[in-house]
Design a protein around this ligand. Structure first.
Ligand SMILES: Nc1ncnc2c1ncn2[C@@H]1O[C@H](COP(=O)(O)OP(=O)(O)O)[C@@H](O)[C@H]1O
Ligand SMILES: [Mg+2]
Length: 303
């Protein structure tokens, strides 16, 4: 048994994966989890993330949204080269944007393209609506549509891999815009800025008229190219109007219809409880000792 598992995350992950795979739902309505009543171990708060990490590397988790998982050796070698030869052009909380010479391992880039913009985004935790397979696939489709309207850079590819630390990542490969985010623009003249404002207005109207709501328009998600053409980027939160109409409160009240799919069931509270219980029962994790009475309590008892 794994007795010192808390430091050996690889072992814990492997064991969590085995246990999760052996989970069989008892009935459709087996969702009354007793998770909070289970004894505490230092692993407990981390387990949802570990389970999510394990599940989000599984090809079947992404397959339903038609997203490939690429972790084969040749691909990882190609990515190692990618990290060496590319330049960081933007860094957010989970994602890094690179300017990269066309990587050999990404087949969907048109032949004449020499440089691409590649976004590598770490999968953070399982409640992140925007990183669910359906949401990633939807952002890809909407970006393609925006690109075909001429308001956004094209997206050539989108797939799942792992980074150098084994963390699952979403990789998006875009047409590289040779330009500057609006937020960092140093306008040469009022006239130049006014032309850009007019172009932006035209493009927002075009995008909206074609049923795309961006949901994250701000000055870092608008780029101005060297030839003063405006491009809207980052459609990760975008939705189509017809999808907005399906929810009661657009952008707030998510229904997540895909969460009932088989691979997502592995992230449910009953699986979490099953995995944790099994780890405790087999002794792979050891409950913490009950917290001893505080001095104050002891004093109160004496008097
Ligand atoms: N196609 C592109 N070409 C060049 N730079 C880009 C491109 N798309 C985005 N960027 C730059 O990279 C930054 C981060 O990209 P973005 O998609 O907005 O990711 P994030 O989720 O980190 O906001 C943007 O603010 C923009 O400056
Ligand atoms: Mg952005």
């Amino acid at each position: 048994m794994i007795r010192e598992p808390l430091l050996d995350f690889q072992k814990i992950e492997d064991r969590v994966e085995q246990i999760a795979n052996s989970f069989k739902p008892v009935s459709a309505k087996s969702n009354n989890s007793n998770w909070t009543a289970l004894p505490f171990t230092p692993l407990k708060p981390m387990l949802p993330d570990i389970l999510y990490k394990v599940v989000s590397r599984r090809p079947d988790y992404w397959k339903e949204a038609n997203l490939k998982v690429r972790t084969d050796e040749a691909f990882m070698e190609c990515m190692a080269k990618f990290y060496k030869t590319s330049k960081i052009i933007g860094k957010g909380a989970f994602g890094t944007m690179f300017d990269s010479p066309r990587p050999d391992c990404i087949p969907n880039i048109p032949k004449d393209v020499k440089h691409v913009a590649v976004k590598v985004e770490i999968l953070s935790d399982y409640y992140d609506y925007y990183q669910s397979p359906a949401a990633v696939a939807s952002a890809y489709t909407i970006t393609k549509k925006a690109a075909s309207l001429g308001v956004a850079p094209n997206i050539y590819d989108c797939f799942i891999s792992v980074n150098e630390n084994g963390m699952p990542v979403i990789i998006k490969v875009y047409e590289l815009i040779n330009g500057t985010a609006w937020a960092n623009m140093e306008w040469k003249s009022e006239a130049q800025k006014n032309r850009a404002i007019a172009d932006l207005e035209k493009k927002i109207i075009k995008m909206n008229k074609n049923g795309i709501i961006h949901h994250d328009l701000h000055t870092e998600n608008v780029m101005v190219s060297k030839s003063n053409e405006v491009f809207i980027v980052d459609f990760d939160r975008a939705r189509l109007v017809k999808e907005e109409e399906l929810v009661e409160m657009p952008a707030f009240n998510e229904r997540r219809p895909w969460s009932s799919s088989p691979s997502h069931k592995l992230l449910g509270p009953d699986v979490l409880e099953f995995v944790y219980k099994t780890l405790l029962e087999e002794g792979s994790v050891v409950p913490s000792r009950p917290v001893s009475q505080t001095r104050k309590n002891k004093k109160e008892k004496r008097t």
